[in-house]
Design a protein. Structure first.
Length: 153
């Protein structure tokens, strides 16, 4: 086993560390919850959260693999049996992390389709998270946009 030295991309993940509240939608689609993010060593961001947007509790682990130059991770929730395995990259401007995965299609079939979670840093105390699915033309269609605010700000 080799010792991996933290890269700049690992430093980007530290911006997620802290205690957060989130909200998304309005009226009947309104959702809210909480999330706590910590680092596991210098290489992995570990998020634990719960709320009405996901309908339960979840655990998300995101890291960066210098050997491949890609972000990697997994999202798992207590409301489903499918583990979401991430592969991703930072946007050119460095503000957003795009993580793609495959998961069950919304149409109730056994088909898998592509999804993308995007984490966008607005400030030290605010970030956005977008969830999207990819349609048959290759376009990303937003499912939700959630605003995360650091607790106490």
């Amino acid at each position: 086993m080799t010792d991996v030295k933290p890269a700049a991309e690992h430093g980007w993940l530290t911006r997620l560390v802290g205690d957060w509240t989130y909200e998304s939608g309005e009226g009947e689609t309104r959702a809210e919850g909480t999330e706590t993010v910590r680092m596991l060593g210098d290489l992995w961001a570990v998020a634990e959260g719960e709320g009405t947007m996901v309908g339960g509790r979840y655990l998300c682990v995101i890291g960066f693999n210098p050997a491949t130059g890609r972000f990697v991770g997994q999202w798992t929730g207590d409301m489903m049996a499918h583990p979401w395995v991430y592969d991703g990259e930072l946007s050119i401007d460095g503000r957003s992390l795009h993580l793609t995965s495959e998961g069950p299609a919304f149409d109730g079939s056994d088909r898998l389709q592509a999804y993308r979670d995007t984490y966008e840093i607005i400030s030290d105390d605010e970030r956005l998270q977008r969830g999207a699915w990819q349609d048959e033309t290759g376009q990303w269609v937003d499912m939700y946009v959630a605003t995360y605010r650091r607790k106490g700000t």
